[in-house]
Design a protein around this ligand. Sequence first.
Ligand code: NDP
Ligand code: 2IT
Length: 449
Amino acid sequence: MTSVLSSLLDDVLRRNAGEPEFHQAAREVFGSLEPVIAAHPRYAEAAVLERLTEPERQLIFRVPWTDDSGRVRVNRGFRVEFNSALGPYKGGLRFHPSVTLGTVKFLGFEQIFKNALTGLPIGGGKGGSDFDPKGKSDAEVMRFCQSFMTELYRHLGEHTDVPAGDIGVGGREIGYLFGQYKRITNRYESGVLTGKGVGWGGSLVRTEATGYGAVFFAQRMLATRGRDFDGARVLVSGSGNVAIYAIEKVHQFGGTVVACSDSSGVVYDPEGIDLELLRQIKEVERGRLSAYAERRPSADYRAGGDIWALASETRIDVAIPCATQNELDAAAAATLAAGGVAAVVEGANMPCTPEAVAVLVQSGILFAPGKAANAGGVATSALEMQQNASRDAWTFEYAEQRLAEIMNSIHDSCAATAEEYGAPGDYVLGANIAGFVRVADAMLALGVI
Ligand code: NDP
Ligand code: 2IT
């Protein structure tokens, strides 16, 4: 990194003390930008990086709600409106006890580049709360969502800021949030939230889009080495929205997902994950993964286990981390490399530590960063906004075809950009530069704002 870039990065780290995940995301992007900043002095002259790393607006608010026993509880709500050069702020809401401002800033920063890569008119933002939906009744989740939206609604709008789901926020939460927005504003403004139910303004394929998209990306990337999913044995971490539909698409492509996980343990099922059973437990019963092994004779449950360690006991061709940030470290990467894994594809946001990425790349493993590989979710959110704007509803086949085209185009633009900047096969550099150029050029055109 040049001294100018590293002193800019030092400033970002200093001004955002105590936010290690945001530091990690910023460091990764800065680590790719040297060739593009050197080739185009206009970006430095207009202080594009200084502006990109400073959110346009950061909101933190109190969310009081009453639990089923009548006790008043208080959580913290966040929305970081990072960059709107390309369109309204767009990005999910995460409800998880680990959420801090730094978490939301890392996710919002990544979202700027991810959304730019989709080629669609969406800026970058993210939000959430340290509220834990686990173990809460539907009525408690509803009261929390209503209180959260009672503050947030004034900052939203289909042309301003459009949230969606993320960890802990799915169709149920989006429903309660939309209901409260509609009630407060007296507007049926469908395009203000995405991930809605298909019966009331949602898009077919949005639920599946992130997992499907990651596998479309992986398929295109594997093809550069003459490989595909047919007959492949795959690890998918997590067992939430992204994981479930990544598993489904791998199976449709002829591969076998032999393990998945949650924060309590790992299921190893050498016959392949039974998706119907998994969906019943996770989506219908909202249960834990341990229940899967209790009902499936071929499965083995390992409490507290490490899913990546399976690569040392059985053949694994592709790993798709779909749980959370920093879930795959250097030791896990070394296990995958020693086991002969061909590709690691980030379905989650920043699941691989920087040390893990270094090990994978040095081992010659294909590596797809989340901001490219998991962009199918937000891309389909933008397609949902498009359907809402035209009061239309597309078929599943058409929406999935659009998703596949977008993922192929993101893959190809990352690959071509890496090639152009002298680093063929480096999808991290390709994604960071391709995303940066699109948003930076828009920022230049819009002036100093
Ligand atoms: P869900 O809430 O549906 O599922 C999350 C899964 O990850 C669960 O299996 C959960 O296990 C596990 N998990 C969450 N936090 C932790 C943790 N701290 N430690 C260990 N395991 C954890 O979320 P999604 O599937 O929607 O999101 C998964 C990832 O994909 C996130 O990184 C998210 O940012 C990213 N993503 C999501 C998109 C979307 O459209 N939903 C789009 C693009 C990226 P448990 O139940 O035990 O907590
Ligand atoms: O990380 C992500 O891209 C998401 N959680 C989806 C965001 C969206 O607006 O659909």
